[in-house]
Every structure is written in structure tokens, then in C-alpha cells.
Unconditional design. Structure first.
Length: 423
């Protein structure tokens, strides 16, 4: 972007320029129409002869940069700094060239000096990227936000801010910045992957589900505008369930299209389709993910969630036993999966099987209220007085400040009297 100050610089150059261009207005036209080779032709000889002034050298350096002749641009800029080390534009351009070459520490010196002299958005952006490359995320965020506030049209600023937010676990803020990068014209596999991560962090696996009438037949997975088709609504002509684009499933679809070999895309699609209730489509992607990442935590987690969704509790028990042996999950995580399976079994009236799974969860997390409360209730309902009394006793011991502590103690007394009477 050419700022007003830079346009003024061009006019100053034009007024001093001689050579092949001739009229000063011609030099402005040559640069403005993008004929950077013409500018070089007009000024290179003058620079080599040592007759170009500072403004002429700056426009020559910019023209070299547009022509991707960075070594020559850097040489011209160094000559400017030799004559005027306080020139903000020369410091900024030099720092940006060094930044592109990954000479971050050297680039930082020039960029910091340029920013002290003149706080323009291009320098702020480069300074933010330099701090990020050096691992100083706090300073990177400050300068990138300053650049973004001054000019929202450079997607690099919002993209990098999105990455910083993801690194800090701020999924919602990362989503905001990444969507700004997309609005600024960025479209890439990297962006889709980062957006997907932001939605996964927020557990937005599938967007808000809506019912929409579509003009053409569609199948699950088709993208219609900014919606993704989940399936037909039975009994209603041309009506479909769709979800909005703001979810991991939608970004997984875009990432898979841009990079078919991406394991991240497979994970997002499998997780999204599981959340949408389409286990068949989820399994298509999960199988590929398991083949590519046979021992990964995320493939194991999706496998467990798929077994929960299909209510294959026998296979789930085996999968969790294997995960426990390989230490894929923590004991608390395995206990949570057992609890979820037990709740599903209890809802189906299979209380004994539910109690069995809760007993396994109890062995892993013996002080978990989430495990002990339903386990105590199941023992009580099944008439297992001794087990119920033991479990309620542990609840009273572990939860002395519970809101229902009086009820728990009363139940424990009743169970104690029953057990005593049975003797």
C-alpha cells in the first residue's frame, strides 16, 4: 500500500530525477503504472555514479524489491543509511529484507529503530512478525494489533494473531482474527486448518443445525453457499438439515479439498460427522486416520467416541483396556469414558452392566463424585445393601460440605439399620 507520505516521496524523486525518463511527471507515471524496470533504467546509472539523492535511492530500492532483486535493493538502502542513519523508510525496508531472509536478530535492530522514528503499520507488522519468530509472543501481539488497527487489509497480521491466540488456548479470539484474515482475502490450507483448530478448541464440532429448502438435490457433505448439508429431512420434499460454516466439520471439508492428504482434515471430518450423528461418514475418515496415526491419542479418542455413539459397549471395554495398557489416556479420562457408557446402559435399563462399568471407573478414580453417586444409586436400586452402604459412606466422607449432605447421611443410617436387621 502506498501511503500519502510515500506518494510525496515519489513526487520529490520525480522533481529531482533526470536521465532517460526526462520529465519529472514521467517518473511518477512510470512507477505508478508498475513499470519498475523503467524506474531502474532511469536511476541505476545515476546511483552507480554516486549522483542519486536519498529520495531517488529510496524509490530505486523499492523498484528493486518489486522486481525481487533484493541484494541490489539492500545495497542501495545501505548507501542511504550511510548518509542518513535516521531515515525511517530505509531502516524499515532494510529490516523487512533481513526478516524475509530469516536474519531475525539483525532485522529487529533496524525495525525497532524505524518504528521509533515513525510508527507506520508496515513497520509495525514486520516488527510483530520478527518478535514472533524470536519467540516473544507478548511483543509480537502488541505490534501486530497496532498494524491491524491501522490497516485491516494485510491478512498476515490477523493470521499471525490467530496463531498466537491458538498457542495461548484462546479459541474464540483466534477464530475472530482468522476470520478477519479470510475477509482480507486469504484463502489457504493453512487458514482452514487453523480455523478448524480454533473450532475444536471451542468444541464447535458441528455448527448450528438448521432446516433449509434447497433448489437442487444434495447429499451429506455437500457445501451449499456457507452451509454444509447434513442430510435430508424425511417426509418433507426438498428440505435438508444443514449446519453453518462456523464449525470444525466445515473447515475439515475445506481443508480436505485443499489438501487431500491432510490428517488434520480427516480428524476434523471424523469428529464433526460423529457430532452430527452420521457414524457411517465418520468411520470413512476415522479408518484412514487410524491407518496414518495408529498410536495417536486423537485417533484413539475418536475410536472410543465412535463406539459410544454406536453403543458397542463390548468393543468399547476392549478399546479402553488397550488404551489403559498403552497409557494413551489418563486414568481420569478412561474413567470418564466408562461413566458415559454406564449412563447410556442405565438409560436402556441395563443396570447391572452399568454398575460393572462404574466399578471399573471407581477403580481408576476412587474419589470421583461423578462415579460414586450413580454407582451408589445403582447398588441401592438393585438391593445390594452392603455395596450401597459402603459407597454412600465414602460419599459422606468425601463430601462433607455437599448441599445434600443431610440426605446422604440419612440414607447411610437407613442402610445401616437394614444391614443390622438382616444380621
Amino acid at each position: 500500500m502506498r501511503t500519502k507520505s510515500f506518494v510525496l516521496s515519489v513526487i520529490l524523486v520525480a522533481s529531482a530525477a533526470g536521465g532517460s525518463v526526462g520529465d519529472p511527471a514521467d517518473l511518477v507515471k512510470v512507477y505508478a503504472r508498475g513499470d519498475y524496470a523503467g524506474v531502474v533504467e532511469a536511476l541505476a546509472a545515476k546511483q552507480q555514479a554516486g549522483k542519486a539523492n536519498i529520495q531517488e535511492r529510496l524509490i530505486l530500492a523499492r523498484s528493486y524489491l518489486h522486481l525481487n532483486r533484493r541484494d541490489e535493493a539492500l545495497a542501495v538502502l545501505k548507501s542511504v543509511l550511510a548518509a542518513d542513519k535516521e531515515n525511517p523508510e530505509a531502516n524499515s525496508l532494510t529490516g523487512r529484507i533481513l526478516l524475509d531472509r530469516k536474519q531475525h536478530k539483525e532485522a529487529l535492530k533496524y525495525l525497532q529503530h524505524a518504528y521509533r522514528l515513525k510508527q507506520d503499520p508496515a513497520t509495525a507488522s514486520a516488527l510483530g512478525r520478527c518478535h514472533h519468530a524470536l519467540g516473544d509472543l507478548a511483543k509480537a501481539k502488541v505490534h501486530l494489533q497496532a498494524a491491524l488497527a491501522a490497516d485491516i487489509r494485510d491478512p498476515r497480521n490477523s493470521l499471525l494473531l490467530g496463531k498466537i491466540c491458538l498457542h495461548r488456548g484462546l479459541g474464540a479470539l483466534a477464530e475472530k482474527y482468522l476470520l478477519m484474515a479470510e475477509e482480507a482475502g486469504l484463502a489457504s490450507a493453512e487458514l482452514y486448518g487453523l480455523l478448524g483448530r480454533a473450532y475444536l478448541m471451542q468444541r464447535k464440532l458441528v455448527g448450528p443445525v438448521q432446516a433449509r429448502r434447497l433448489s437442487k438435490p444434495a447429499k451429506p457433505g455437500d457445501v451449499v453457499g456457507e452451509h454444509l448439508v447434513l442430510g435430508r429431512i424425511e417426509g418433507v420434499e426438498a428440505r435438508y438439515k444443514v449446519c453453518t460454516r462456523y464449525c470444525a466439520l466445515y473447515e475439515g471439508k475445506r481443508l480436505f479439498k485443499a489438501a487431500p492428504g491432510s490428517a488434520d482434515a480427516r480428524y476434523m471430518l471424523a469428529a464433526g460427522w460423529l457430532a452430527a450423528g452420521d457414524t457411517k461418514l465418520a468411520m470413512e475418515h476415522l479408518k484412514v486416520l487410524v491407518q496414518r496415526e495408529p498410536g495417536s491419542r486423537r485417533s484413539a479418542e475418536l475410536r472410543v467416541r465412535q463406539l459410544l455413539a454406536t453403543k458397542d459397549f463390548a468393543a468399547l471395554d476392549q478399546a479402553l483396556a488397550g488404551a489403559e495398557a498403552k497409557k494413551v489416556f489418563t486414568p481420569a479420562e478412561i474413567s470418564d469414558f466408562y461413566c458415559r457408557a454406564a449412563m447410556a446402559l442405565r438409560a436402556e435399563g441395563k443396570r447391572d452392566r452399568a454398575a460393572g462399568l462404574l466399578a471399573k471407573a471407581e477403580a481408576l478414580t476412587p474419589t470421583s463424585e461423578r462415579v460414586l453417586r450413580p454407582l451408589a444409586a445403582l447398588h441401592l436400586a438393585a438391593g445390594r445393601t452392603a455395596q450401597a452402604r459402603r459407597t454412600y459412606g465414602r460419599l459422606v466422607e468425601l463430601l462433607p460440605d455437599a448441599t445434600d449432605i443431610d440426605e446422604l447421611r440419612n440414607r447411610l443410617r437407613v442402610l445401616g439399620s437394614k444391614e443390622g436387621g438382616a444380621r
